[in-house]
Design a protein around this ligand. Structure first.
Ligand code: BES
Ligand code: ZN
Length: 880
């Protein structure tokens, strides 16, 4: 377990007085970018006290007796507030009352307050957009998770303090009054005008819910609507005159809602569900109950400009947020330690749902190459953390919205789902969700429900996965003709085990497939001890046939085959002759890759094995190959044998698969082929394969001359190719495309492609562009990251970060954007000297919200250095 040492001492709010219902009225001002608010909160007095402590951040609470007091309606009495003490670090306000409150009292806290519409995309903030008239406009929107409701109204801003909310919004007078919408979690109850002729919109009371799920939006939007099969009104709000771009998401949303309603057998409890595209938005999407907010690129589809992979990720994002409507909103984690209950589950459910809605996406195959891979990669670092982790201060909470809570969380759910089966899983979910509706839970509550439903040792098994960081490698030793000896130990990416690591054990559901039947496991065991034997009986003769563990990469462990010849047969027949399922092929190569990074195998052996993929045409397998090629391209850049490596990679792609896939989309080809094409072309662009570079040039020229537009799926590759050969003339053309693009997706695509420029003066130019007004703050980091991932830009990107440190810190000091930035900036370096330099820099210029990412990335740099020290010579020999 992570220790709590070195952490800011942090205390949760006292529970002497807690909220039952909030009446909140908020009035933003779009000229001054401020807002005024008033609220009355019905309180429950649990213990006698003359102090009320609640969260408040960057708000000014009026302290006049008329604006701020506690009313006791039963006694017809008002208690004054003598003093308000703010604690900036803890983000609290303590109200000192003139008299004590005692349990049983019916008390109402009245407050008036004001604040600024935030610039950093949190709390109640302003979002900028360009109206159809070409003029700049603003809307006021919210992002409260995890700890920003306190920036919009004083409140008990912890997930366990559930209450109901009566929200009223006052719409500022505008020249476009009829297009101004005011939205919140619930439907509109009534609308009036106040003395200043402003529209006053009152919403229905919410169910009992957590503060982080409250939301409101005031601005100009158009919308389209439908009804789900179960009768819920579903609307998608878009920028003005773009409502048709919401059509795809509307359909996905309505169908997902039905899917979950049927799956959990619990109706959606609200009368409407809105999805809205917000132009300035830091995350991808946010599951506010009944009013789900999205980045534009995560919601809007323009048929001629939206790529297939974008559409797929929109469907996953919509499905993800709708899963939260049950998992997170109806039943909520008690504290952020259990964040994974929200995110790991939503991430698992989004795949289940999308698989149901779009079977042709083959989305589970992609799960292994995306989610599984990144979880396992991060979780082998010493600086990883257990899924359940004690967190306190908001900056620590923000940090755990990471690949462990999301991806590893989703992986262990998938493992469990597979272990207990769909029927038990459904039963358990229904039990859990109905038992804890409108309440809060801990991880144990979920295990209990699933254990009850399945009658399997769910809790015993799953705590080994949530309370310890990391995962095991299982070594298989074939004994005789039909016995396997299985040994587990923690898998560490540096290949070293600490004393604590040596004591760790997991409950691993091990399954074995054989050459005879690669679809159906022939033997299984729940491996809980360090060493166990598995008798395969007469099923198999190990002298003659091969076996593979962990079919479909269903469980979160790696496998090392003790017998070299077994592994070679797996490569030859399983991969070379493609007898294994794609998920198993990619699982094998990915295990070998991570063994290589950890020094258990050497890089030349890895590349030898990669050679067996000469016939490979599966998208998911190529995703992994691409990860490996990309990593080594980073590492080998600058070595004299780098061109030989490029040649090897190019040949691997061009000898078969690229010929099959080709440049032009084929009519009605399978979804995964459509995804494979841009992946291959992008890789060939990185390798500067002349034939593809030429195609890209032609396509770009036709596009710019408006003769023929580049298919959306290939735009990114083409823009990257052009950037890599940038000249002033090309720069001007790309900028023109950028400035004329109306869809955020197209703008982002161009911005990130610019990271591929190679000439030093252009690298500087791209970095300056990244922080200019042309790039939204939420997108800047992706541009900087794309430069940092380009070997010729890596160094300059880091120096640019240092010289603009204050800017980056002020914009991204907490939250996952900053953490993503840190990782991309650091991770690709590969010398001890750089690791040192980076450590020194952050020692002098610390930022709490990035600590874990800094540690993880520096660890990766040292691993890179160690890998190169071990393997450079072998690689040189291999590629010569
Ligand atoms: N609850 C999160 C949004 C969030 C992220 C809030 C970080 C606060 C901090 C939401 O459900 C989510 O997970 N969004 C993802 C998209 C999803 C498809 C993985 C995101 O924003 O990337
Ligand atoms: Zn989520």
């Amino acid at each position: 377990m992570a220790t709590t040492e070195n952490k800011t001492s942090f205390q949760r709010l006292p529970c002497l007085v807690t909220p039952i219902n909030y009446h909140i009225r908020l009035a933003p001002d779009f000229k001054k970018f401020t807002f005024e608010g008033s609220q009355s909160i019905d309180l429950k007095v649990n213990e006698s006290t003359a102090e009320i402590v609640l969260n408040s951040d960057k708000l000014t609470i009026e302290n006049g007796a008329d604006q701020c007091n506690v009313k006791l309606p039963n006694d017809n009495k008002t208690i004054n507030i003598k003093e308000i003490k703010y604690n900036v670090e803890e983000e609290t306000a303590t109200l000192i009352l003139a008299e004590k409150l005692v349990p049983g009292m019916n008390a109402i806290l009245n407050l008036e307050f004001s604040g600024e519409l935030d610039k950093n995309l949190t709390g109640f903030y302003k979002s900028r957009y360009i109206g159809p008239d070409g003029k700049e406009r603003f809307s006021a929107v919210t992002q409260f998770e995890p700890t920003y409701a306190r920036k919009a109204f004083p409140c008990w801003d912890e997930p366990a303090h559930k209450a109901t909310f009566d929200i009223t919004l006052v719409v500022p007078v505008s020249d476009n009054d009829d297009k101004m919408v005011a939205l919140s979690n619930m439907s509109v109850k009534e609308e009036n005008r106040d003395s200043q002729k402003r529209r006053v919109v009152k919403f229905d009371r919410t169910p009992i819910m957590s503060t982080y799920l409250v939301a409101f939006v005031i601005g100009e939007y158009d919308y389209i609507e439908t009804r789900s099969k179960h009768g819920v009104l579903v609307r998608v709000y878009t920028p003005l005159q773009k409502s048709e771009q919401g059509r795809f998401a509307l359909d996905v949303a309505a169908r997902s809602l039905d899917f979950y309603t049927d799956y959990f057998q619990i109706p959606f409890p609200l009368s409407k569900l809105d999805l809205i595209a917000i132009s300035d938005f830091s995350a991808g999407a946010m599951e506010n109950w009944g009013l789900v907010t999205y980045r534009e690129v995560c919601l809007l589809v323009d048929p001629s400009h939206t790529s297939t992979s974008r559409k797929q990720s929109i469907s996953l994002t919509v499905a993800h947020e709708l899963a939260h409507q049950w998992f997170g909103n109806l039943v909520t984690m008690e504290w952020w330690t259990h964040l994974w209950l929200n995110e790991g589950f939503a991430m698992f459910m989004e795949y289940l749902c999308v698989d149901h809605l779009f079977p042709d996406f083959m989305i589970w195959k992609q799960f292994v190459s995306d989610t599984f891979l990144s979880a396992m990669n991060l979780d082998s670092l010493a600086n990883s953390h257990p899924i359940e982790i004690p967190v306190g201060h908001p900056s620590e909470v923000e940090e755990i919205f990471d690949d462990i809570s999301y991806n590893k969380g989703a992986c262990i759910n998938r493992m469990l789902y597979h272990y207990i089966g769909d029927e038990n899983f459904r039963k358990g979910m229904k039990l859990y969700l109905s038992r804890h509706s409108y309440k809060n839970t801990q991880t144990e509550d979920l295990w209990n429900a699933l254990e009850e439903a399945s009658q399997k040792p769910v809790r015993r098994m799953m705590t080994t996965w949530t309370k310890q960081k990391g995962y095991p490698v299982v070594t298989v030793n074939c004994q005789g003709s039909n016995r396997l000896e299985l040994t587990q130990e923690k898998f560490n990416s540096d290949g070293q085990l600490s004393d604590a690591d040596k004591t760790m054990l997991w409950a691993v559901p091990v399954q074995v497939i054989t050459a005879k039947d690669v679809q159906k496991p022939q033997a299984e065991i729940l491996l809980e001890k360090r060493v166990e034997t598995l008798e395969l009986g007469s099923l198999i003769d190990l002298q003659k046939e091969w076996i593979k563990l962990n079919p479909f990469a269903m469980a979160t462990y790696r496998v090392q085959y003790q017998q070299e010849d077994l592994f070679i047969r797996l490569l030859e027949e399983g991969i070379g002759q493609q007898k294994l399922d794609p998920a198993d092929r990619l699982n094998l190569i990915n295990d070998l890759y991570s063994m290589t990074l950890a020094g258990r195998k050497s890089s030349d052996v890895l590349f030898q094995a990669i050679g067996s993929f000469r016939n490979e045409c599966e998208y998911s397998v190529w995703t992994v190959m691409n990860v490996i090629l990309s990593k080594y391209n980073q590492l080998l850049y600058g070595y004299d044998f780098h061109p030989k490596f490029v040649e090897f990679g190019t040949k691997l792609i061009t000898q078969k698969v690229f010929g099959e896939i080709g440049w032009d989309p084929k009519p009605s080809e399978p979804h995964l082929k459509t995804l494979l094409r841009p992946l291959l072309i992008n890789r060939l662009v990185t390798f500067e394969y002349p034939e593809v570079m030429k195609k890209c040039h032609e396509a770009f020229d036709d596009h710019v001359a408006k003769r023929k537009s580049i298919p959306a799926d290939l735009r990114s590759a083409v823009y990257r190719a052009m950037s890599s050969q940038i000249t002033d003339e090309i720069w001007e053309k790309i900028m023109k495309l950028h400035d004329e693009a109306e869809l955020q997706e197209e703008q982002m695509r161009i911005q990130s492609a610019l990271g591929s420029v190679k000439k030093p003066e252009f690298i500087e130019r791209v970095l300056k562009f990244a922080i200019s007004d042309k790039v939204r703050s939420q997108d800047t980091i992706f541009v900087v990251a794309s430069v940092a991932c380009n070997p010729s830009g890596r160094r300059t990107a880091w120096e640019f970060f240092i010289s603009n440190y204050e800017l980056f810190k002020s914009r991204y000091d907490v939250g996952f954007l900053g953490n993503a930035l840190i990782k991309s900036l650091i991770e690709n370096f590969q010398t001890e000297e750089m690791a040192h330099q980076i450590e020194d820099f952050f020692r002098v210029n610390p930022n709490k919200g990035w600590d874990r990412s800094i540690q993880q990335s520096i660890e990766t740099v040292r691993l890179n250095a160690a890998l190169m020290a071990r393997d450079t010579e072998k690689l040189a020999k291999f590629f010569q």
